[in-house]
Design a protein around this ligand. Sequence first.
Ligand code: ADP
Ligand code: MG
Ligand code: ZN
Length: 624
Amino acid sequence: MSIKDQPQPPRFRQIGNILLLLSSLFLLANIFLPSLFGPQIPQVPYSLFVHQVQEQEVARVSVGQNQIRYQLKGEADKPGQVLSTTPIFDLELPKLLEEKGVEFAATPPPKNGWFTSILGWVVPPLIFVAIWQFFINRGGGGPQGALSIGKSKAKVYVEGESAKITFRDVAGVEEAKTELVEVVDFLKSPDRFTAIGARIPKGVLLVGPPGTGKTLLAKAVAGEAGVPFFSISGSEFVELFVGVGSARVRDLFEQAKKQAPCIIFIDELDAIGKSRSSGGFYGGNDEREQTLNQLLTEMDGFAAGNTTVIVLAATNRPESLDAALLRPGRFDRQVLVDRPDLSGREAILNIHAQKVKLGPDIDLKAIATRTPGFAGADLANLVNEAALLAARNKRQAVAQADFAEAIERIVAGLEKKSRVLNEKEKKIVAYHEVGHAMVGAMMTGGGEVAKISIVPRGMAALGYTLQLPTEDRFLLDEAELRGQIATLLGGRSAEEVVFGSITTGASNDLQRATDLAERMVTSYGMSKVLGPLAYDKGQQAMFLNDGMGNARRAVSAQTAEAIDKEVKDIVETAHQQALDILKENRELLETITQKLLETEVIEGEELHDFLARVKANGKVHAAV
Ligand code: ADP
Ligand code: MG
Ligand code: ZN
């Protein structure tokens, strides 16, 4: 194919390129030429300016590179007030000005050397003309998508609307609600807190998988407190032009401060708040970084006490956030919004079922039982699907059968995303977790078992056993390490005891157990055979290793063999211990697992009682 045949780039692409060039020039001028000129005219936020233009209060506008000056419409013989604002690169402005019939022109140049003069004279009008031309060429179509950049697109939900959503509309996330009730108190009566010198938190981070109700909770906080709610999504910040994101953040906070007390809600915070170091070497994203920096500046900017602006943010990837965001005075509070358990799901179904007509045979509890792993949004979707099915079948009300069919459809979708367990898997996970808990209860070193759950958490874990340390520990002795290894193997051992076979679910446990055992031998010198030698090279190895993760000191073949044998011994001894504990408590293993399958979560008093029985058994045995 000859070169001639290549299609010509469309005309709008060329215009786009020119625009890009001009706008970069314009922004550079903004950054490098400080505003030294002009008499001091009252400054107002850009958003107020836009508002005034929209309300047709503005008579004329003159656009400079660092300042937009404008005059309000005067009364009778009095000329209107002259105000100024800081320009934001806003493609919508020329169109808006034209629509509202506002005169506009470029500012006369300040006497500041020829370079400034030329820029001052030439660039802004040129850009204006170019942009204007651009829109006219597009046939007057409004700026869409990527082109509608500039001022913050924050949606504002003011009282009337947000008051409709309260904590009563959110269910199944009781812990998160309890924490947020406090935030509502801050917003309602900040004086009560500042009077005794307490610092009102600025940022609260809602962490949890998609669809668990983070956005809903943020709205409910605003609704409960009766304050305005500014919402913007992190992904909207990441746009074409460098500098736009940070301008938006600035504008958003300006708007919010004027309406304090209020809530700023940043959804998908990870889109701007990704760790700055992670992009680092292979070229980070400048735009995102600037936006993040602006956000940090703004959060540091508003002094607690005089403005009550609380920033709520949501993310499902807290681990990817920049550490600077999590420092005190920023998002120092984290609220976990997790998938609901059985009773939570029933409560959520109750809320959403009120919107549809239910038949007499509906049993919400049974539906909740059949939907483990569903998040709030999935349940809302389920109710709607069932209603659609009922309508399709020309029924007057939704029947249980509609729900059954809807569940099947949704589960098929969710299973692809590997979030929902089938009955058999659920059973295996339950035995597995109870195994961890029972062995953990008998062993020292792992802390107290505080919760067992088979509600899938995050993206990977199917179930989990939560062990909380009873005190801060910096040193662990050999017995405690062995105890931890046995606890890690408890899950797999339970599968062996009950099913006589094992699943792939234990691979992470095995990894961790083996790592611990290896460290006991090679770093902590806990092996009698190998003695107090450090066989791994420690921290230094990070830089010296051979690129294959091989961080071991050069050892003889016999030593390497001995190390392997020791590690294997430790793990196998622990495995045997775990098996023994579970076999001796076979009945309890059954009882606790049945209970867990029923309620999906065991914690608190109930768990404590169960585990006390395990421990008592062990003592009797040891005494004999
Ligand atoms: P997230 O922001 O965590 O992704 P959303 O708040 O956007 O989830 O939830 C989407 C919808 O799902 C909500 O508007 C609501 O209808 C429903 N929903 C989610 N979680 C809950 C919950 N805990 N209680 C009641 N409804 C919920
Ligand atoms: Mg959301
Ligand atoms: Zn496990």
